[in-house]
Write a protein that binds this ligand. Structure first.
Ligand code: ATP
Ligand code: MG
Length: 424
């Protein structure tokens, strides 16, 4: 292995050294695989990541071997061959070598364990992810030319792409992620296979598709991955049966907004009504918190675009903003910059907001009177009039900022004397 790769890998090998000794003593082999190897080969150390390992030991043996050393142990994935553990403060996921096949048209993987690391690597998604490092001696195992492909910037599957994507169609979507995150160019056969097999993504559970698409959304700049999804038509399968973003139009917006789930999902729907965004995200089984935050950003942006920056409008806007107003402003700003829209309106909104914040609690405006005080001031029983009175007070605070209890009482009494006939 090149010197910089072994330097980048040495923290991971050091973290795995206690486990390595135990596996060797028990007559098994333990390999680092996945992201940490890929990044090390590219000269980067993935700090803080879980370390993915593969071994010829079967899950019960893995459990026995790590049991004495681990401070925590997860066995939920044991059926699929994976035992999770924490050793010396480092988290590991140790998966028995596989020769697994997915039944066509089925969501359930059929797991067959294997004894051979090379066979395991052959059924991984891409050559750049199909490298392993023996934890006993640091040897790199790279039967599919992953190092070469990483250096020359090529995304390829270890097996024929049609076979690989047939085994797990989610790999087609993972391709988009690695294209975007590592600047890899997909080889022609891979692109061709996605074009013809795209519909197979429908056998994948929506949740897996959503999680993988979100990983693409969160890379620094997903645009190249979006371009791949558009060119191959796979985007239609990702958003099947729900409103689909026009990535050619909004694809470049994602990189401009904060790299968090809500703004990134919202960036896809800046040309849609907020309700459509919400419906689409619900269709993707996003959590209700995510749906409301993302749709909130979409709708706040529209409200901000149409708002004047008078104190009255800014108070109302902040109060009615479905997400924290500073987050909505940052999102709106980033979107406007990416779409080349004017930002002067947002500048003056922000200036007015700063000015109001100097003198009033514009973010949490209190009403001068509560319901009991309204009833006392107007000598009312509980009922809809109390609600109307509170709404009137809310309008007054939008209009003139904080008002005193005395002013509020006087205004309500005038309103009562007029037979409740004015609204604000
Ligand atoms: P990251 O740095 O984002 O964690 P990663 O390459 O480690 O990237 P994971 O999703 O953590 O990605 O998966 C770990 C490894 O497992 C991958 O590198 C790849 O070898 C393999 N893998 C993951 N998902 C699949 C899949 N759907 N099909 C085949 N191999 C996969
Ligand atoms: Mg990983």
């Amino acid at each position: 292995m090149a010197a910089e790769a072994s330097d980048a890998l040495s923290p991971a090998l050091a973290a795995a050294s206690s486990l390595a000794r135990l596996f060797t003593a028990a007559g098994y082999r333990l390999y680092l695989v996945g992201g940490v190897v890929r990044e090390a080969v590219a000269g980067r150390f993935l700090a803080g990541a879980d370390l993915d390992c593969t071994t010829d030991a079967r899950p019960p043996a893995v459990r026995r071997i790590v049991g004495g050393l681990a401070t925590s142990l997860w066995t939920q994935g044991e059926r699929f061959g994976t035992i999770g553990c924490v050793v010396d403060g480092q988290a590991f996921e140790i998966t028995t070598h596989r020769g697994e096949r997915y039944e066509p048209h089925s969501r359930k993987p059929v797991v067959a364990f294997g004894d051979d690391v090379e066979q395991d690597l052959a059924r991984r998604d891409f050559t750049v992810n199909a490298m392993a490092v023996d934890t006993a001696d640091g040897t790199l195992i790279d039967p599919h030319g992953g190092r070469r492909d990483l250096a020359s910037g090529i995304l390829r599957t270890p097996l024929d792409p049609a076979v690989s994507f047939g085994d797990d169609p989610l790999r087609m979507l993972r391709a988009a992620r690695f294209i975007a995150s590592h600047g890899l160019a997909p080889e022609g056969a891979l692109v061709g296979a996605v074009r013809t097999m795209g519909e197979r993504l429908q056998i994948v559970a929506v949740e897996r598709t959503r999680d993988e698409f979100e990983k693409l959304l969160l890379v620094d700049d997903p645009a190249e991955g979006f371009d791949f999804l558009t060119r191959t038509g796979l985007i239609e399968q990702v958003f099947a049966g729900v409103a689909r973003p026009d990535l050619a139009e909004v694809g470049r917006v994602a990189a401009a907004v904060a790299a968090d789930p809500a703004p990134r999902w919202a960036s896809l729907f800046v040309r849609h009504p907020a309700d459509t965004a919400a419906e689409s995200l619900r269709g993707m089984r996003c959590s209700s918190a995510l749906v409301s935050e993302a749709a909130g950003l979409v709708s706040a942006r529209v409200q901000m675009a149409g708002a004047r920056s008078s104190p009255q409008e800014v108070r109302r806007l902040v109060y009615q903003c479905p997400v924290p107003v500073d987050r909505a402003l940052a999102f709106s700003r980033a979107v406007a910059a990416a779409l080349g829209e004017p930002r002067a309106g947002l500048d003056s909104l922000e200036a007015m907001l700063a000015e109001l914040r100097r003198t009033e609690d514009v973010d949490r405006p209190e009403l001068p009177l509560n319901g009991d005080e309204v009833m006392a001031a107007l000598n009312l029983e509980p009922g809809p009039t109390v609600g109307r009175a509170l709404a009137l007070l809310r309008e007054m605070t939008f209009e003139s900022g904080p008002i005193s209890k005395a002013e509020a009482t006087k205004a309500l009494q005038r309103w009562q004397a007029s037979d409740y006939c004015f609204e604000a």
